[in-house]
Design a binder for this molecule. Structure first.
Ligand SMILES: Cc1cc2nc3c(=O)[nH]c(=O)nc-3n(C[C@H](O)[C@H](O)[C@H](O)COP(=O)(O)O)c2cc1C
Length: 318
């Protein structure tokens, strides 16, 4: 069922299904990444919210929970990046998904060490830069995605074919992919794999707070909006904090004003501690399509079955 490029990418990542459980601050720790690895997909620990020592703990814990390869997502915008990278190298991590920074920063160093490197991009131009920097694959992340986002609002539907045409390396589609139908769509557009964030946040093993998960299960199609484009664009759930951001932005707030409102620890408060009014709640636009909270071992085979069913439906129409 996999084409050559998909199979080659699965082989490089040592996974059975062409699915990546996205790295997510406060949400994807050892438990989620190990469960994903065990289920045959790429499990990523989200290092962005972890001090180097905590990251080491999560890497060690993941090894006790799964014998399979677990990777790490490192956003390059935080101050601990170098130390996080060192910890990963000491703990024997082989797969690095880097984001939010230049692909030139660490790719060569990691490739010299024979590591697998994937960088996240949100435009065909940046995808080309990633390829030139020597990465093994790119994640092309569209406007629908949860978390930090590109400024240009290129949707997954418009982005994936353009990135596929711009580079020769495999393209991993992200943003709005939550079930077998959306997976099939991404593969039709030329993606070699899919990366899912919001879908894996709504599993038993994610470390998002239970109250946050409950809130998300009642989301509707207009529950999220891309905000803070003057600072770092991020897709937010429309809670009290969102309203405060919106009010400031309507007054034409500067980056400094937004930074002041954001303060420290907002995302932790909201997503990990479940303070749903004052916290920053990051989530993708397709969250309203998700109505269950399975374990990862239930989710992955279900996704694949749905995908195969979608393919069969397409073929039945010929
Ligand atoms: C709560 C949350 C936290 C995220 N944190 C990160 C992160 O630390 N690094 C990163 O590269 N992407 C991050 N993302 C983006 C995801 O890796 C992924 O690309 C995105 O969720 C895909 O869109 P989807 O949510 O529609 O599946 C985050 C997404 C969410 C929902």
């Amino acid at each position: 069922m996999l084409n050559k490029k998909q199979q080659a990418l699965c082989d490089v990542l040592a996974i059975q299904f062409p699915i990546i459980q996205a790295g997510m601050v406060w949400v994807s720790g050892a438990k989620l990444a190990a469960a994903s690895a065990e289920a045959g997909v790429m499990g990523l620990i989200g290092a962005g919210s972890m001090k180097p020592d905590l990251l080491r703990e999560h890497l060690k814990k993941a090894h006790t929970l799964s014998t399979k390869k677990v990777g790490v997502n490192i956003p390059l915008l935080y101050k601990d990046v170098e130390a996080q990278l060192e910890v990963c190298l000491e703990e024997g991590v082989d797969v690095f998904f880097t984001s939010a920074g230049s692909p030139n920063k660490f790719t060569k160093k990691l490739k010299d060490l024979k590591k697998t490197v994937v960088h996240v991009c949100s435009s065909p131009g940046l995808a080309k830069k990633c390829e030139d920097a020597g990465v093994d694959a790119v994640v092309a992340e569209g406007f629908e995605a949860g978390g930090h986002n590109g400024r240009d609002e290129i949707t997954t539907m418009a982005l994936i074919p353009q990135v596929v045409d711009a580079v020769k390396i495999p393209v991993i589609a992200a943003g709005g992919i939550v079930d077998g139908r959306t997976m099939a769509a991404a593969f039709c557009l030329g993606a070699s794999a899919v990366q899912m964030g919001t879908r894996f946040m709504l599993t038993k093993e994610s470390s998002a707070h239970d109250d946050y998960k409950k809130l998300l299960l009642s989301a509707s199609s207009d529950s999220t909006k891309l905000m803070m484009k003057n600072l770092v664009p991020v897709r937010l759930f429309k809670n009290q904090f969102f309203k405060e951001v919106e009010a400031l932005e309507n007054l034409g707030a500067s980056a400094e004003k937004l930074e002041q409102l954001l303060g420290k620890g907002r995302a932790k408060k909201g997503m990990l501690e479940g303070k749903l009014a004052e916290g920053e709640l990051e989530v993708g636009q397709a969250v309203s399509m998700i109505k269950d909270l399975p374990s990862v071992s239930e989710l992955v085979p279900k996704l694949w079955q749905e995908y195969l069913k979608t393919l069969a439906t397409l073929q039945a129409h010929h």
